[in-house]
Design a protein around this ligand. Structure first.
Ligand code: ADP
Ligand code: NI
Length: 219
C-alpha cells in the first residue's frame, strides 16, 4: 500500500477513536479495532483490496442507526464527508458508502442490492466479533445498557422476526443467542470466515449449556 493510502488509514483511526469516544462498550473503538484486525487477516487470505477492507472496517459503525433514533443516513454521510476531506478517490468513497449501508445484520432483512469481496470480508469480521467469548461479553453489555433481563424462562426466542420486530425487541439477552448469535455461523461469506466462526460458535454452545445448568443449580 502506498504512503498516501497509509496516511489516510492513520487519519481514519484517529477520526474513529474521536467519534466513538462515548460509545456503548460493545460498539466502541475496541470493537472497531478487533473488526479491523480480523478483516485484515481475512482480507489477505481472500485477496481483497486491503485499502478498502481497512477503511470499510474502520468506518462501518461510525454512527449506528440504533444509537441515532433509527437514522440510517448519518453513518454513510459522516464517512463520506470524512473521505472527501481526505481526498480519497470517488470509486473508493462509493464503495465504502455501499459497504456501510449493507454490512449490518438487520440489513439482511432487506433485499441485497450490493456485493463485493471487501463487503463480504468486513461483514465476516463484524460477525465474528458478535460470537465467541467477545460476542458473549458484547451481548450482555448491550443487554445491560438497555436494561434487558439476562434470562426469563418461558419467554421463547422469536425466530423469523421482521426487521421492525428485531429492531425494537427488548427480549432477555439469552434469547438474542437464539435469535441472532447462533445463526451467524451459517451466514459467513468467506472460507476463512467460516473456519474462524466454527471455533467461536462451539465455545458459545458450551457457554450456554453451562449457563442453563447453573440456572437450575446444577454443577
Ligand atoms: P448490527 O449492528 O450488525 O445490525 P446488532 O446491532 O444486532 O447488529 O448487534 C451489534 C452488537 O450488539 C452485537 O454484539 C449484538 O450481539 C449486540 N446486540 C444487538 N441486539 C441485542 C439484543 N437484543 N440483546 C443483546 N445484545 C444485542
Ligand atoms: Ni460492527
Amino acid at each position: 500500500m502506498n504512503e498516501t493510502k497509509q496516511k489516510i488509514i492513520e487519519k481514519t483511526v484517529q477520526f474513529v477513536k474521536e467519534e466513538l469516544k462515548n460509545a456503548e462498550g460493545g460498539h466502541d473503538w475496541w470493537h472497531i479495532y478487533r473488526v479491523w484486525k480480523l478483516a485484515l487477516q481475512i482480507g489477505k487470505e481472500e485477496n481483497a483490496d486491503l485499502f478498502v477492507v481497512q477503511l470499510g472496517s474502520l468506518l462501518h459503525d461510525i454512527a449506528d442507526s440504533k444509537f441515532n433514533n433509527g437514522d440510517e443516513e448519518i453513518g454513510p454521510r459522516l464517512a463520506r464527508n470524512f473521505l472527501i476531506e481526505m481526498n480519497a478517490d470517488s470509486s473508493t468513497i462509493e464503495h465504502i458508502d455501499a459497504i456501510i449501508r449493507n454490512i449490518s445484520f438487520h440489513k439482511t432483512f432487506d433485499k441485497k442490492k450490493f456485493n463485493s469481496i471487501e463487503l463480504q470480508v468486513i461483514q465476516d469480521a463484524d460477525r465474528l466479533d458478535a460470537i465467541g467469548a467477545i460476542g458473549i461479553a458484547r451481548a450482555f453489555n448491550y443487554g445491560g445498557h438497555k436494561n434487558f433481563a439476562i434470562h426469563i424462562p418461558g419467554i421463547e426466542p422469536k425466530l423469523n422476526m421482521t426487521k421492525e420486530e428485531y429492531k425494537k425487541s427488548d427480549a432477555p439477552t439469552i434469547n438474542h443467542f437464539y435469535e441472532k448469535l447462533f445463526l451467524l455461523k451459517d451466514m459467513m461469506n468467506t472460507k476463512t470466515g467460516i473456519m474462524l466462526a466454527e471455533k467461536r460458535h462451539e465455545f458459545m454452545e458450551r457457554y450456554i449449556a453451562q449457563f442453563m445448568k447453573e440456572w437450575e443449580g446444577e454443577l
